[in-house]
Design a protein around this ligand. Sequence first.
Ligand code: ADP
Ligand code: ZN
Ligand code: ZN
Length: 741
Amino acid sequence: MSEQYVQVAVPVPMRQLFTYQVPKEMQTPAIHIGERIAVSFGARQVIALVITVDTAVDDNCQIDAKKIKPISKRLNDSFHLSLSLVAFLKLCSNYYHHPIGDVFVQALPKLLRQVKKVELQPPMVWQKAKTVNDEHNEPLAKIATKAPKQFALYQLIAKHQGISWAELRTLGYSKAQLTALSSKTLITQSKQKPCQFSWQEQNLAQENKQVLSTEQAIIVAAINQTLTQFSCHLIDGVTGSGKTEVYLQAMEGVLANHQQVLVIVPEIGLTPQTLLRFEQRFNVPINLHHSNLNDTERLDTWLNAQQGSAAIVIGTRSAVFSPLHQLGMIIVDEEHDSSLKQQDSFRYHARDIAILRARQLNIPIILGSATPSFESLQNALSGKYQYHQLRKRAGQSNKAKIALIDVAKQQMEFGLSGTLKHEIKQTLARGEQVLMFLNRRGYAPAITCQECHWLSDCQRCDKPYTFHQKQKLLICHHCGSQKRVPKQCPSCGSIRIAPVGQGTEQLEQRISELFASVNVVRIDRDSTRKKGELAKLLQEITEKKHQLLIGTQMLAKGHHFPDVTLVAVLDGDGALFSFDFRASEQMAQLLIQVAGRAGRASKPGKVLVQTNYPDHPLLQDLVHNGYQHFAKQALVERKQALLPPFSFQALFRAEANYPSYPEKFLRVLTELTLNNCQFAGPVPAAMEKKAGKFRYHLILQAKSRKELHIAILQLLAAIPNNEWQNKVRWSLDIDPIDLNW
Ligand code: ADP
Ligand code: ZN
Ligand code: ZN
């Protein structure tokens, strides 16, 4: 037997691979690329992933062959990554210039990142009890009339071969309801039988299928044409125009081919409704991938994907790394949403790498949005993607009308103009719901001294503290630090300290007073902190337990509220004057998305936007001509200014305790001569100081992605010689979308 060496990725933020020797006794059975093994790294034992296997030490390895350590252990389990997944992760690591070990961490569930042996229990699933006869069953007849939710749960379980608690919980059912059915011996729990998913005709619920409109049918046909090749489809259609119906019908062919489908949604809050729609159409194993699962459930999803027992995986961002081995189609819903981009450490965009993955596997990918990102829109307009539009709302509902309210000309009370108050009253009187949108959580964005105008700033960020009345605390929304509200002004001693401005918490209080006869609910990060709370509140809204809904951008995203007929945007001016070239794109998307919540069912909806600048061209264009017109105009401007998507950017961020360090570190980078690339900066970040650290930005821009890539390699190679590198923390963001921090 000959010598054997492996190069492995180790879960540390270092860019290189590490070489280990495979002792003779560990060489059989043959070691494979993608295998997880244990190695000693420093003083620790860590899990490493095999990237290459060789009979000699790689030429690039700088260690003397005799000093190479042996691997510690092979795990002899079946939790390997396929060759194609390893290749995909390497692609991601190269694209983002991110340490490969860190990329692999994303692709493994926590239990598989531990050296400890994984005690694998077969996943438990619920089934209808075999003894139950639906016809003559007294307990069943009783719950059918007395406990409709329990009955619905029973019907759902009865329809399935086995359904997991994670899925039931995501659909809004409770442990208590399960226990109740179980104690009546209507359902039982058993171990899930591992089996390869294979399609049968009865997996499709024909009765729920809609007859497609011509527009929809053309799209489905176009997608069907590309089932065996890479093709990126952008579906640009207003909320309610039938995008999801197109996804469902396009998936049929893939599932019928016994292949798997990956569905990526930007927010965990959107998984329940997506799951429900898919669940109603396909009776196939659906697995979930999101942050509200425990470690075992995550491992179950991972294994079900890997072994092929999952037909569909629905998940948030990191589901893009799901080890589906028969993947036949990827769908990215709400593709414009910035939550698809990870904003720390490995800063990948799930949409962009989903496209990489589809290309690698030679399968179709569908992007859907009512407000496509400029990147996708440009690719669609230039013919790189197949561009599909859905111009009308499906069924009977009509598009909501957007109107502006000039607040400068109105008496305001608690941030509400007279016109708005009047409209709210009328909507409530008709028994319909109102959504009020204010993108500022907390009680007030600052507190101030009314005598000397002292403002309560967070020392670590130089930004005002947000006042949270319920907790009686000042909280910095940038670094999370908290402090008590001072009784006296620290500057002049006055006791006239008061909140200024209005956040959602205050709005909720005022609105509850103003409209005392109806129920008000607030949905923001504070009110939904508890696990399961968001799902519960959304459910209550659907059940019309609340008439007035107050929310931040959390409420703007993709949720369906059929009885909301008035959407009020309290402060439409947020991003009109931002320095960030993407701010107007994001604001337009937000306004249109919020507007999309109105009038989904047969009732017409109305959107009112309060603004100080009703003549602002951006608002005018959006209101009169719609998102597409606005977006096309804005793309012309981007082209003239050579901004993305007409150029490519990378952002170097650096921070340190002193402002001079990050500045100098970045300045040294700009001294390198690069081909066809420009630097902008270094400049202080928009939030120059955060949590006590001073932050600087340096943007690198190129006309082609290739040139950008080459320049970055040169810059990275030069960093070890940068004299400031040990004094700063730096990071690299490819295709940055948030220049604020
Ligand atoms: P989107 O995903 O674009 O928001 P959906 O696919 O959810 O739109 O469709 C909105 C509503 O219209 C849903 O209730 C859906 O069942 C219905 N719908 C979609 N397509 C059709 C169709 N071809 N005929 C009738 N109703 C449809
Ligand atoms: Zn004062
Ligand atoms: Zn702070």
